[in-house]
Write a protein that binds this ligand. Structure first.
Ligand SMILES: [Zn+2]
Length: 433
């Protein structure tokens, strides 16, 4: 599991999403990244591109129920904030310590706590205690968020493996999460769920190692990644593997999500559906489209961060393989690790084989929808229609990560909090990302 808070999308989001997709596509045309077209495609001897999609028999006991609706996403991004470089902890193979083996689900984390992990603690040069107060609340000074440094995007390649073959990053969810670097420190306690005596972190590490072995046997370069993603990590695909837990006990099925801030939403969706097609058919699990915002905002592919997230040209998804807290799901997951691993691996292979030539692939968008504050001392609220928590300065620009009711969801620098700005108090603008 990633987090347990549920997130239902709003109808208004749909139109905004379409606008964002359009923006993303337009932006992709203007992208200034240098395309490297001379990297040779791997020879057939290097790997087997036409590997069978799924040699495993579908699960017979449970009727197969294909996805009936696609998860909805909000492909926007957020302010470019300074990303201090912190040394990656030296990781040694092993299990991340988990506080308890008896809990059935990780407690829900507040949105602010979750989002705070994606940001540096403060912008340099100004402490929260230095902020001016208005009516007893802090006022955010005019700040040029886009002037902050960003990790440069890597050159585009046909494949990222050292020998020209595709390179795949497989992340075992929560593995060594206690070693996350300082900017992600608030996530170190997210040690994963458990159910029926099965710990998520143990289960997904086992599965991830199997996925790695299957892909390596097919000639792919595979990185088995812990919770900490190397700075600027770039690959042909990135899959974070998790297993779900719920305090309710009854939910079942698998989930897939890509970043709602994705710079390459079409490509991410292609990876998502490729894996889902194979996984759903092989396991017989139901697609659970109840995607949490913490899945679609998963730190390892959150485009707000570029230091400990995959680079913006890396297709990336997260899979919740099933519910450890549901006895039927758990029994199947534990008894059929080979099927779980094999279908994830072959879903990735299906995606890789279906990619268009490099020059026809989606280019990461270089802009994102944003807003500019219209008046000085504009209040922002803890939730739509909620209490004021701070004031903004005229002309301050923010990336918009969601629209709820008549409010824009933004992220406050210095305070490192989510906040809601009335739509009437801002005008829309396109921002670089
Ligand atoms: Zn998890």
């Amino acid at each position: 599991m990633v987090f347990s808070s549920k997130f239902k999308l709003f109808p208004r989001l749909v139109s905004f999403t379409l606008a964002c997709i359009l923006l993303s596509l337009l932006a992709g045309c203007a992208d200034q990244e240098t395309a490297t077209t001379t990297v040779p495609q791997p020879s057939p001897a290097a790997f087997k591109p036409d590997a069978p999609v799924s040699p495993v028999a579908p699960r017979a006991a449970t009727p197969t129920e294909p996805p009936t609706s696609a998860p909805a996403f909000l492909p926007t991004a957020t302010p470019v904030l300074p990303t201090p470089v912190v040394p990656v902890p030296t990781a040694t193979p092993g299990h991340a310590p988990v506080n308890s083996t008896t809990t059935t689900a990780t407690p829900a984390e507040s949105q602010d706590q979750a989002l705070a992990g994606y940001y540096p603690p403060t912008l340099p040069g100004l402490k929260v205690s230095d902020l001016p107060l208005v009516n007893g609340l802090p006022k955010i000074p005019l700040t040029n968020l886009s002037a902050a440094s960003v990790v440069p995007a890597p050159a585009r390649k046909a494949n990222y493996g050292p020998n020209g073959q595709p390179k795949i990053g497989i992340q075992a969810g929560h593995w060594m999460i206690d070693q996350l670097p300082a900017p992600l420190a608030s996530l170190r306690t997210q040690t994963g769920g458990s159910g029926g005596g099965v710990r998520e972190v143990d289960y997904v590490l086992d599965v991830a190692r199997r996925v790695q072995a299957i892909l390596q046997a097919q000639g792919y370069q595979v990185d088995l990644l812990p919770a900490t993603v190397p700075a600027g990590y770039t690959a042909d695909s990135f899959v974070a593997i998790h297993a779900d837990a719920s305090t309710a006990g009854s939910p079942s099925g698998y989930k897939l999500a890509r970043s709602r801030f994705s710079p390459i939403p079409v490509t991410d969706d292609a990876l998502l559906y490729a894996v889902s097609d194979v996984y759903g058919a092989a396991t017989g699990f139901r697609w659970d489209d109840n995607i949490t915002r913490n899945m679609s905002g998963y730190y390892a592919f959150n485009s707000r961060r570029r230091v400990y997230a995959v680079s913006k040209g890396t297709p990336a998804i997260i899979i919740e393989t099933g519910y450890l807290t549901n006895a039927n799901d758990r029994d199947y997951l534990v008894a059929h690790k080979d099927v779980v691993a094999d279908s994830i691996a072959h879903g990735v292979i299906k995606f890789i084989n279906a990619r268009p030539p490099l020059d026809q692939r989606e280019k990461p968008s270089s802009t994102t929808p944003g807003v500019v504050v219209s008046q000085d001392t504009t209040p922002v609220f803890d939730q739509p229609g909620g209490k004021p928590i701070a004031y903004l300065t005229k002309d301050q620009r923010f990336e918009v990560y969601e629209i709820r009711d008549d409010y824009y969801g933004i992220f406050l620098p210095y305070l490192n909090k989510t906040a809601y700005l009335r739509r009437a108090d801002a005008t829309t603008v396109t921002l670089p990302r």
